[in-house]
Design a protein around this ligand. Sequence first.
Ligand SMILES: NC(=O)c1ccc[n+]([C@@H]2O[C@H](COP(=O)([O-])OP(=O)(O)OC[C@H]3O[C@@H](n4cnc5c(N)ncnc54)[C@H](OP(=O)(O)O)[C@@H]3O)[C@@H](O)[C@H]2O)c1
Length: 330
Amino acid sequence: MKAAYITRTGPPEAIQYGDLPDPVPKAGECLIRVKAADVNPIDVYWRAGMVPAPMTFPFILGRDLAGVVTECGEGVRHFQVGDRVWCSNLGFQGRQGGFAELCAVHEDWLHPIPATVKEEDIVASSLTGITAHLGLVGRGKLQSGETLFVNGGSGGVGSCVVQMGKLLGARVITTAGSDAKAELCRQLGADLAINYRTQDVDAAIREFAPDGVNVWWETLREPNFERTVSLLALRGRMVVMAGRDAKPVFPVGPFYVKDCALHGFAMFNATAEDQRPAGDAINRWMAAGLFKARIDRVLPLSEAAQAHRLQEESTIGKTGAISGKIVLKP
Ligand SMILES: NC(=O)c1ccc[n+]([C@@H]2O[C@H](COP(=O)([O-])OP(=O)(O)OC[C@H]3O[C@@H](n4cnc5c(N)ncnc54)[C@H](OP(=O)(O)O)[C@@H]3O)[C@@H](O)[C@H]2O)c1
């Protein structure tokens, strides 16, 4: 099969596109013909060697896939040949990634694709959508009528958090790096979208939510706790999920006297069972047309290196080069 893989960590050019042996499904696994995969920042960090990551080379990149089951290993109970399926959390704990024509995945990680949903759309909303659901429902415990602030609502995760915030009944404030991206956030349902390059974000938040923000979702790798705590409401919750090297100042007094809480999490620690309710919600909302994918572009899998270059420029270089997910098609 064709696959996009690395034999060492390095720049995007380290990604090779070529032939690797077809995987054989073990007990409990389904063999999937991949129809679509996507690029996530974590895939860039691993490929670049920016974070410690256990990998067996050749290592096939890609966290998410959507495709069709072509073979079932012994004991598979919930899926059969011909089923359309999607999953996240590939390329982790010894699993290979989804940047390939074929991938063997344990059925525990698989979700069915609703009949009306396209592979490109579900794959572009998989890791990001699961992250949004785990953080908003499991950690932030967002309640209907509360105010949610999403710092970075135009990004992969942020655009899912904005949409889910609205679906959960919140008033949603978000930021974006251009007027066009702010408009996209409004189309996703944001009640207030602030251009962080041209507007006074804090003043706009204070005007919209004079009593403070109930849940603050930080997508940036440099959280600013002094700023956040001052804008949180009584019993406000902050969710952080990026910035492994960040060591910002933390205002202990202002934080505890407002009964605030801070939640950090990494979606890859969630078990397949933990992720199932998120997958079910994404399926339900997408099938109903209530939750939409944000796709920047679709490229052939052979252009995986170019896709990684663009993602790296955008997320790490902060060029804003992409708006939505890059989907790859084998
Ligand atoms: N812990 C977890 O489980 C988990 C899961 C998924 C992702 N992550 C991490 O979360 C981070 C975001 O992921 P992603 O996929 O959403 O990345 P992304 O698609 O690259 O989005 C980054 C966002 O940051 C915004 N941004 C950049 N500078 C900003 C600023 N000064 N003020 C406000 N917003 C700004 C961008 O806005 P514009 O483009 O509009 O400028 C964009 O919306 C990454 O570091 C990723 O590794 C963690």
